[in-house]
Design a protein around this ligand. Structure first.
Ligand SMILES: [Zn+2]
Length: 340
């Protein structure tokens, strides 16, 4: 087993090391340089094995992944690990600090979605694209498997999204979806578009990748940590699958999957009145009323109906909806299969 390094952060075999990786900076007209430090935790096993990366908070307001990565790093014992774990608790640092949603940062001149900028560009006017270039070259290209953690705030079925055409990606998803809470999905409306996501960039490089969407509508700390626990166990099961951790690989008796999923949007902005069917894990029929949207005087603007027979994957946990904003997510067609 060899030492493993990312930038100046070097972990000898059988050790756990933490540090910050400076991203490539963008020179500003006031003479300063705009960049951020990517937090990195390396758990380098005593014995050889794959390099497994998990990153959280690529989208700044999707923050539960920070807990997940920190929890994984805490639980992994370098003396027992075979291979190397690389954890990035918060990738989009400025976005996280400002609850900045998909934006790379409030100061990003290009106002971009970080997960549409891969593999980055060291000469870009967007410092998010520069940071992505650092992340991609210094971290992702050194890894055999990568997992990106998304989602928050809205109640969601923990969902692992894979590229079914890549055997390694499907294999990872099956290992992660190891308890009954999970649903596996493969094609979202946006992953079918040609966009510069990390998922697409990893596929082109032949690096198996999945992303996980999860979130607790109940914002109490205990509920959030229960949600985090499901994801931590799923990722550790995937590491067992690749021989990095001892123990039996868990296989759920029943596996839920949905080949497609789509965001459901209303015609106008307003106040939402959800129907009782609009709760995660519920099945809905095409054309079934999901919610009504009213204006500030209570006048009905729209009736939002299910676009497909499907399963509610993410529910509306907000009072209002913006124009063209997502109200909920429907997976279709839902498939439930025994694995025995
Ligand atoms: Zn996201």
């Amino acid at each position: 087993m060899n030492a493993f390094s990312i930038g100046d952060i070097r972990a000898e075999p059988g050790s756990k090391v933490k540090g910050f990786l400076p991203s490539e900076g963008l020179s500003m007209p006031d003479g300063t340089v705009n960049y951020w430090h990517i937090p990195v935790i390396i758990v380098n096993g005593a014995e050889s094995g794959p390099v497994f990366e998990v990153d959280g908070c690529m989208h700044g307001d999707e923050q539960e992944g920070a807990y997940t990565v920190l929890e994984l790093a805490k639980r992994l014992d370098p003396k027992k690990l075979k291979g190397t774990f690389v954890g990035v608790p918060v990738l989009n640092v400025p976005g996280f600090l400002t609850h900045g949603g998909v934006r790379g940062s409030t100061t990003d001149l290009m106002y971009v979605d970080m997960n549409r900028q891969f593999p980055g560009d060291p000469d870009s006017m967007s410092h998010t694209r520069r940071a992505i270039h650092t992340f991609w070259n210094e971290i992702i290209l050194k890894c055999d498997y990568t997992v990106n953690l998304h989602g928050c705030v809205n109640g969601q079925i923990p969902r692992v999204v894979c590229n079914e055409e890549m055997p390694g990606s499907l294999e990872m998803a099956e290992a992660i979806a190891c308890t009954p809470e999970w649903i596996m999905a493969s094609r979202s409306e946006h992953t079918r578009l040609i966009e510069d996501t990390i998922n697409r960039a990893c596929t082109e490089k032949g690096i198996p990748n999945v992303f996980i969407e999860s979130g607790s509508a109940d914002r109490s700390h205990s509920a959030i940590m229960a949600d985090v626990e499901v994801v931590v166990e799923g990722i550790m099961n995937c590491m067992r699958r690749y021989g990095m951790l001892d123990g039996e690989v868990r296989v759920p008796k029943i596996r839920r999957s949905t080949p497609y999923y789509t965001h459901v949007r209303g015609k106008g902005a307003g106040i939402i009145y959800p129907e009782s069917c609009l709760r995660i894990n519920n099945m809905v029929e095409e054309g079934e009323l999901l919610c009504r949207i009213v204006d500030f005087l209570g006048n009905e603007i729209d009736q939002v109906k299910a676009p497909h027979d499907g399963i509610v994957i993410m529910e509306a946990n907000q009072v209002s909806v913006g124009p063209e904003s997502s109200i909920c997510i429907i997976g279709y067609p839902p498939e439930i299969k025994g694995t025995g």
